[in-house]
Design a protein around this ligand. Sequence first.
Ligand code: SF4
Length: 498
Amino acid sequence: MSIRHDDLLSALHREGVETLVSGFTACPGLFYATSAQDGILSRLRIPGGILNSKQCQAIAQIADMQGGGYVDVTNRANLQIREISQGISSEVLQHLQNLGIGSHNSAIDHIRNIMTSPTAGIDPEELIDTRPLIQSWDAYLAAHSELSALSAKFSVCFDGGGKVSVSDRLNDILLRAELIDTQVYFCLYLSFIKSQPPINTGIILLPEQCLSVLAALADVYLKHTDIQLRRKPRLQAVINSLGWENYLQQVEQRLSFTLQRSQPSPTIKEAGFWHIGIHPQRQENLFYIGVVLPLGRLTSQQLRRLGNLAAKYGSGTIRLTPWQNLLITDIPQQCVIDVQNHLTNLGLDFTVTNIQSTLVACSGKRGCAASATDTKSHALALADYLKNRVQLNRPINIHFSGCAKSCAQHHTGDITLLGVSDRNIESYHIYVGDRDSLEQFGQKIYQDVSFTELPVIIEQMLKIYKIHSLNSEESFGEFVNRYGTNRLKELRPCTIKT
Ligand code: SF4
């Protein structure tokens, strides 16, 4: 039986899953498909981003049979299947649930994916493996249908304190491991400001206290939210309206222990993209390979074969990253070259300085009616243009966005290209450097640059950076702040020798 997702919602409604329907939001999920410009969009929630080989095969089959023959990794390490024309049948949905894809409680499946570092449990520098906490919070959500009334954007992230940090990602709640004396604690961060990473509250938790505190944070949110609202407020709106000390007092009243406070640690530094490439794990003789996915996209055939590779050479799992790439883990040292060869045969790369390793684009005109430009095609064309013209020493994050909503990347990129359409000419405003109080994406240095002019300007900027950066440690953003946007603005094609 093939039924549309809307029909499925009605069926679940009749079965009494009221919250599923009343809590419906515009955020897609496996059971909350959304209509997009290019067909139905289904988002598969993958807690911690870890997928096993069987799950890869099943998802690849659906992408082939019912979608566009590809999947997209999102910036929360979900997977999306696009271009679905017929709706996914209830049997297939059930099959996916049986394989552990999507929550076994469909009522909470729309709540944002739980994020952690893709190197949890294998990072040589991490303080604690966060995977058990991910599983516990996911199981808690599934066991409490009343939590379906949370905002779909209620987002939780665990950071185990390793090298591949996810602490700078945008989340409502961040629990970040820190060593205080000889004990590992999780520092509690909460989001107060729109589009900004969460801020340290100064509260520290033992690992075994985290679940109770998350449950209490959710419970206080529900107590102060009209659960009949179709579009729920963000957690930060409720915290700001109550006042955060008041909010946390109410959290504490629900706990069987007193919240401990410590001196807040220094500001979070932005993560690099250092998970790309070949890296030793904390486990002796084992390695992981961070694989570049152009714009987060994998064909279903690549997904299938990556699952097979993971089963043959690793532990049978791949890990999706919030940077829209993936890792194959647990590869014995003697097999690394074989896996590299297989990846190359699949048309996939694993070098961090590949311009595509940090190139991001939203779905653009083909997938979204709000987009002014064909972001994905332009991003790929730019990467192709730069490939043999600029050799990077370190990754540079270039972000194409079809409108100011910035779905594909919420933090400020090294270079942001904001699509605008003027008299049917697809153009971009170019932003670089730090975000300031006036501009969402950094400092605007060019505006209304047509796509035909864009590659040369980006090429020049990257060459200037290569020539004038202090060393390979200086990021593009740091360079821009030191060098000055006015000097970059003066760039003209003839001023740069190739
Ligand atoms: S950023 Fe704008 S154009 Fe791009 S997918 Fe989101 S809403 Fe659509």
